[in-house]
Design a protein around this ligand. Structure first.
Ligand code: PXP
Length: 252
């Protein structure tokens, strides 16, 4: 079992929706260098503002991020790339060519608007274990995007993952007492994950309002935040939006 040194809370910005804006004008685009808004410039702005990671989800339907984006981000200096992906042979082959710093395995269906629910690791240990071992064998750190559920955490440790990303969507959608319960679930799951030797990350639905509660969850390392930051960037610019979020993460 590996133990992870607590580094304090760090930010990975999910820039999928920068590509969403680009694809709205240039559907079928393959070369991301020539069309705005530039994914590479967006990544650079996030890093300048203090984000440690850049996260993108290469979906089977290529609705936002394209293959060329992933290759170009991998080459970009100063970018620690976290590739979100479904466990399919096609995307795994790309990941093994690109070799991002990190991969986060997520469930994926074509009909969903965004990732719905966490990955069912329990019950799928064999297929997921094989993918984890191929990626880790190539030097890629692997995370499992899971519900804050003890069974899924145990299974993530069993398949050899380095990290879990706790799905914060149920918390983000809940109100009042239900929100308190979701926060408690996240806290228990974070404790359990840390004891299992897993790095604890979190993401989905985190925004400028609920970050005040999320930052109190113990053992958190990386928060992956996308929609709220890209939305805020429309009004204040991407660097300022990232800086504001980092300030709130630090408790300002
Ligand atoms: N983490 C994972 C695994 C995701 O699938 C997503 C959404 O793509 C995010 C984080 C970011 O979620 P949001 O856009 O709601 O901040």
């Amino acid at each position: 079992m590996t133990t992870h040194v607590q580094r304090g809370l760090q930010l990975g910005v999910n820039i999928d929706h920068v590509a969403t804006v680009r694809q709205a004008r240039y559907p079928g685009l393959l070369d991301s260098h020539t069309c705005e808004p530039s994914i590479l410039e967006a990544a650079a702005a996030c890093v300048r503002a203090g984000a440690v990671g850049i996260t993108v989800h290469l979906r089977a339907d290529r609705r936002h991020i394209q293959d060329a984006d992933v290759y170009q981000l991998r080459e970009k200096e100063g970018v620690r790339l976290n590739l979100e992906m479904g466990n399919t042979p096609e995307i795994l082959a790309i990941a093994l060519r690109v070799l991002p710093a990190e991969v986060c395995l997520v469930p994926e269906s074509r009909e969903e608007i965004t990732t719905e629910g966490g990955l069912a690791v329990a019950g799928h240990e064999r297929a997921l274990g094989e993918t984890v071992s191929r990626l880790r064998g190539a030097g890629v750190r692997v995370s499992m995007f899971i519900e804050p559920d003890l069974k899924q955490i145990e299974a993530s440790a069993a398949v050899g993952a380095d990290m879990v990303e706790l799905h914060t969507g149920a918390f983000a959608n809940a109100q009042g007492a239900a929100r308190e319960r979701e926060l408690e679930r996240l806290t228990k799951a974070a404790d359990f994950s840390q004891k299992a030797g897993l790095q604890v990350n979190a993401g989905h639905g985190i925004n400028y309002e609920n970050i005040g509660l999320i930052r109190g969850v113990p053992h958190l390392c990386d928060l992956n935040i996308g929609h709220s930051i890209v939305s805020r960037a429309l009004f204040v610019g991407l660097e300022a939006a990232v800086r504001e979020m980092l300030g709130l993460m630090a408790g300002a």
